[in-house]
Ligand binder design. Structure first.
Ligand SMILES: Cc1cc2nc3c(=O)[nH]c(=O)nc-3n(C[C@H](O)[C@H](O)[C@H](O)COP(=O)(O)OP(=O)(O)OC[C@H]3O[C@@H](n4cnc5c(N)ncnc54)[C@H](O)[C@@H]3O)c2cc1C
Length: 394
């Protein structure tokens, strides 16, 4: 059997097994080991559970997707998805699991796929042991969905160094990052073809990391801006080659869309489990509310969304294995999961009545956490444009 066939078989098995042992073990571990999160979101402050982050690193979560030759576990895609799903089920801190998925999928995949051996040796060990944080920085105040219209520039100097200027905004890990993978134009007149990617250490003169930005949901994920003021970068800060930035970014975004939602799929399953238990326990009119068809059908809708999104997620990972249809499959998975995250969170809130609305029961937290999913990794509007292009209608 080829490696491709083995990966596809493992993904198929994982896809049809809702109670897979890898997922269950990850969920059980997360439920007991990752406890610190409950308090911090209620404070309405961005407090990142750094001890839980380190526990995840000690458990090897950060190493999952990294090949063995670079110090990782080289886990297959099924194991990665099942583990992330399990973490999402077991750990209530969606901000932590999002941050985790974001770093291992976006930043670390960028390094393993596009960096030189020297660049990997410099950055990967600290990222894998949980002591360093990396931000992937494309968005700017004036360029979001239209990412390739960015204004940041990296001007090459006669001695081979680059001078980086620009403002990157709304970055996961921005204010606390040790490394920023920053996209900037080395040839502004060439538009998207002139974009390059750089590995920027955050202790260089001219780097200004902004304060933590408070936000509606996933409050425990560090989030904010980074500014570059005449930052001098050595020539070995360039990732791949000049002009490769747009293709690196597009490839990484497809991967991100295919994997970063795995914890949310797990969280949706937990939400369904908790809502079902409540519907059976809560009595009104002399019977459990689950006996009312309006309530049971709401649970059925949540179940259907969970399974539907899960299938699309595994389908996207299969496209990643075969190298065919990744952009379409990842876009469909992201659209479905982002929309379902909102719909199921509203259903869960209504099912809990007033308890779903007040903060102390944390039902509403899931809804707040889900809203970011409509935006990051490309808004669902922009992804619908991608799907429409695949259909040949625009
Ligand atoms: C939780 C979270 C984490 C993030 N992490 C990062 C990160 O780590 N790194 C990073 O670089 N960025 C990150 N971002 C930023 C994110 O990538 C951008 O917010 C996103 O690309 C949208 O850009 P924008 O906010 O400028 O909105 P805009 O692009 O201004 O969009 C505003 C509205 O217009 C719509 N719109 C815009 N263009 C089109 C179009 N062509 N077709 C249809 N509708 C359109 C959008 O759908 C949206 O509704 C993060 C955002 C969030 C919420």
């Amino acid at each position: 059997m080829t490696n491709t066939d083995a990966e596809l078989l493992a993904l198929t098995r994982a896809m049809i097994d809702l109670d897979h042992s890898v997922k269950r073990e990850a969920a059980e571990w997360a439920a007991t080991a990752l406890g610190g999160a409950d308090l911090v979101d209620a404070d309405h402050r961005s407090v990142f559970a750094v001890d839980d982050w380190r526990r995840c690193a000690d458990r090897g979560i950060h190493r999952l997707m990294v090949p063995k030759e670079y110090g990782g576990l080289g886990a297959d895609r099924a194991t990665t998805l099942l583990t992330l799903e399990g973490l999402g089920y077991g750990c209530k801190d969606n901000g932590l699991t999002f941050a985790l998925a974001s770093q291992i999928v976006s930043s670390q995949v960028t390094l393993t796929r596009f960096a030189t051996d020297e660049q990997r040796e410099r950055w990967l060990p600290g990222l894998l042991d949980g002591s360093l944080f990396a931000a992937l920085a494309m968005t700017e105040p004036d360029s979001g969905s239209d990412a390739f219209s960015l204004r940041a520039t990296a001007e090459k100097q006669p001695d081979g160094t680059y001078v980086l200027n620009g403002h990157k905004a709304y970055l996961t890990f921005g204010p606390v990052a040790d490394l920023c993978i920053a996209f900037a134009s080395t040839r502004p007149e060439a538009g998207g073809w002139g974009i390059s990617a750089f590995l920027v250490p955050m202790d260089l003169p001219g780097v200004v990391q902004g304060p933590l930005r408070e936000k509606m949901g996933m409050r425990t994920t560090p989030f904010g801006d980074i500014e570059f003021h005449d930052v001098v970068l050595a020539s070995d800060a360039l990732l791949s080659r000049e002009g490769a930035g747009a293709s690196i970014f597009s490839a990484v975004l497809d991967i991100e869309r295919a994997y970063v939602f795995a914890p949310q799929i797990g969280a949706m399953e937990r939400q369904l489990h908790d809502a079902t238990a409540y519907a059976l326990e809560r009595e009104q009119g002399g019977q459990p509310i689950a006996r009312y068809q309006a309530v049971s059908h709401r649970l059925v809708a949540m179940k259907e969304r969970h399974e539907h999104c899960r299938l699309l997620l595994y389908r996207a990972a299969m496209a990643d294995v075969t190298g065919r249809g990744m952009s379409l499959a990842a876009s469909l998975a992201k659209i479905a999961t982002a929309d379902a995250g909102i719909a199921s969170s509203v259903d869960a809130a209504l099912l809990h009545g007033a308890k779903g609305y007040v903060s102390e029961f944390e039902i509403e937290r899931q809804l707040r956490d889900a809203v970011g999913g409509l935006v990051y990794s490309g808004t669902t509007d922009v992804l619908r444009n991608i799907v429409a292009r695949h259909l040949g209608v625009v």
